[in-house]
Design a protein around this ligand. Structure first.
Ligand code: PEP
Length: 256
């Protein structure tokens, strides 16, 4: 089966109304050239509505986080999945390593957020990845297996028919260090194998993104790996030329 490439921009806590407008107008001008791939932007929550309006549908909209609650109520500061869906979000990132490390999200919380996302009709982008210490102590597969396994146990493997997984080695995020194509492929093959052990059809269709200092000059080699179906892009998603160059690499490899 040929899986479609998804190039997702995680803007993190960056942007302003004026900077977003400039970035989006540059992306919109070129989006027609990338009809063989899916392009997604995930701005900070306060900008979702205005970004959604400016995108006009060609480029997809996603959020960076959501509440683990599935019903409205007294949860000050939290954002319900349904609210994101109402603003036009199709995707939401869950379990990003910054949320795990800085905001104490553990595997159980990430699993609840994954389930809450799907309950609202959103496609969760589940981030998993090992730290440098874990890689150097040969624990990469154990960590990936544990992080993915927690969600499979809570949501069931069937849930991955409508989910995306992003392999993001923590040591490569925002550091300028990138996994080699071989390291990325090995991790992706391991993750796909974990799903395949339970359901081969779902494993074959689930999109697996690589994230960690993806740039114009390394995108083609990472995206050409058999089990890499796109990228989750941080820093390079904030500059139109950089993000579009990554989209162009995916489009060139796309069979669509
Ligand atoms: C990310 O935070 O998801 C990410 C991949 O960031 P960067 O591309 O900046 O490493």
């Amino acid at each position: 089966m040929s899986r479609r490439y998804l190039i997702a921009g995680n803007w993190k806590m960056n942007g302003s109304l004026s900077a977003n407008a400039v970035l989006l107008s540059e992306l919109s001008l070129k989006q027609d050239q990338y009809s063989g791939i899916d392009m997604l932007v995930c701005p900070p929550a306060p900008y979702l509505e205005s970004v959604g309006r400016q995108l006009g549908g060609g480029i997809l909209l996603g959020a960076q986080n959501l509440s683990d609650q599935t019903k409205a109520g007294a949860y000050t500061g939290e954002v319900l999945g349904e609210m994101l869906a109402e603003l036009g979000c199709r995707y939401v990132i869950v379990g990003h390593s910054e949320r795990r490390a800085l905001y104490g999200e553990d595997d159980a919380t990430v699993a609840r957020k994954f389930i809450a996302a799907q309950a609202s009709g959103l496609i969760p982008i589940l981030c998993v990845g090992e730290t440098l210490e874990e890689r150097e102590s040969d624990a990469t597969e154990a960590v990936l297996g544990r992080q993915l396994g927690a969600v499979v146990a809570a949501a069931g493997v069937g849930a991955f028919a409508k989910a995306v997984i992003a392999y993001e080695p923590v040591w490569a995020i925002g550091t300028g260090r990138t996994a080699t194509a071989e390291q990325a492929q090995a991790a992706h093959a391991f993750l796909r194998g974990q799903l395949a052990a339970q359901d081969a059809k779902i494993a074959n269709s689930t999109q697996l993104l690589y994230g960690g200092s993806v740039k114009a000059d390394n995108a083609a080699s990472l995206l050409s790996c058999d089990d890499v179906d796109g990228g989750l892009i941080g820093g390079a998603s904030l500059k139109a030329a950089d993000f579009l160059a990554i989209c162009a690499a995916a489009q060139a490899l796309s069979k669509n």
